[in-house]
Design a protein around this ligand. Structure first.
Ligand SMILES: [Zn+2]
Length: 279
């Protein structure tokens, strides 16, 4: 059975955060009403407009890694409510809910695995975990991942999916931008490739730090990638924004992304680059 067949079988029907339950799912880009089973079969890609619905780190593991090769690292690193922050809810309550709904301790999953036989270290963000926001645990795990990769001489594959920095951690969350960027800088010094896969959405402090520091940037089709959102920019600039602003095609045309790759071909493309850079 090919990896694609294995992955299709492993995709489950369940609560996904962005898509409603039921037999039919509405595409949020083109508005097409899609049969859920067909969507799962098509790796959560709209067959009318190619919009890529968000998928989870577990699903990216199935998508990218050779069967049973992925092994999680630093899983015990978790967020702490050191400010005892309260907005509409207590921050520790948000953390607790995110942990129980995702089964993870952080908005990033880190580990190692093989892609067509190439051993890599990888970080995969999870939007379900408080909007995939950059917190102290996310920064810490990126640093540990980079150190591990340097020690073992492995390339790093990062899949980004984030609404920005974790506001509930205040300045400490913003400091993670510098901390993660410095760790990625050490990969460059060690001459190890850092490949970023930008998925929908990649915004805020994540875009302004480790998401845009790749040697190679792939992006999923129609992904929103930017710093501030288009509505905020439109209000600040007081002008109409160009069509497709902040979508992956727009970034490709303006030199911020190397290639737009469909989920169906992502493993092949990543593997090709690894073959060129590591063999
Ligand atoms: Zn669509």
């Amino acid at each position: 059975m090919s990896w694609l067949e294995t992955m299709k079988k492993s995709f489950h029907i369940g609560s996904r955060g962005e898509v409603p339950g039921g037999i039919w799912v509405k595409c949020e880009t083109c508005g097409a009403i899609l049969l859920r089973d067909r969507l799962i079969e098509n790796l959560w890609v709209c067959d009318k407009c190619e919009y890529h619905f968000r998928i989870t780190p577990n699903e990216y593991v199935e998508l990218l890694f050779d069967k049973n090769t992925f092994s999680e690292l630093f899983a015990s690193v978790k967020d702490i409510d050191f400010l005892r922050f309260v907005d509409t809810k207590k921050y520790y309550q948000r953390i607790k809910t995110a942990r129980s709904s995702t089964g993870f301790n952080s908005a990033i999953i880190t580990g190692t695995g093989k892609i067509d036989g190439h051993k890599v270290a990888s970080g995969m963000m999870d939007f379900r975990f408080i909007g995939g926001s950059l917190s102290s645990s996310v920064g810490e795990k990126i640093v540990r991942l980079a150190d591990y990769a340097i020690d073992k001489k492995l390339p790093v594959i990062m899949i980004t999916q984030s609404g920005g920095a974790r506001m509930q951690e205040s300045t400490t969350a913003l400091m993670q931008m510098a901390k993660a960027s410095a760790a990625i800088g050490l990969l460059a010094e060690a001459k190890l490739p850092y490949i970023v896969i930008l998925t929908n959405p990649t915004t805020g402090g994540v875009t302004a730090s480790f998401a845009m520091l790749g040697d190679i940037h792939f992006a999923e089709p129609k992904a929103l990638i930017g710093f501030a959102g288009p509505r905020v920019i439109k209000e600040a600039m007081k002008c109409e924004l160009p069509e497709g602003f902040q979508k992956s095609q727009f970034l490709l045309e303006h030199g911020y992304c190397d290639k737009i790759v469909s989920r169906h071909h992502m493993k092949t493309e990543v593997s090709k680059v690894l073959g060129l850079l590591m063999d």
